[in-house]
Design a protein. Sequence first.
Length: 94
Amino acid sequence: MSTYSGIIGLGNAGKAICLNLHKNGHEVFCLDLNTELYKDLPEDIQPVSCAREMAEKTTHIITALPKPIAVIKCVEGETGLFAGASPGLVWVDA
């Protein structure tokens, strides 16, 4: 069974988690407001346009965001994680 993992927030913690999942065979999707951070990632780590898209494409999501308000903004609304979530999606806030 394939594991599709998503990382939201590519700061120090998020980038390290993203690279470790990739190294261990996960198909990884990523999202960050600073899209410049994508250029330092391996080519097969796939950026997505919003948290909803990530929820639709993954089985596991880790948010690594700096403040609780950033997490709330990420999960709510029509482009938020909850809008694309389906039963069985695992979400962990680091």
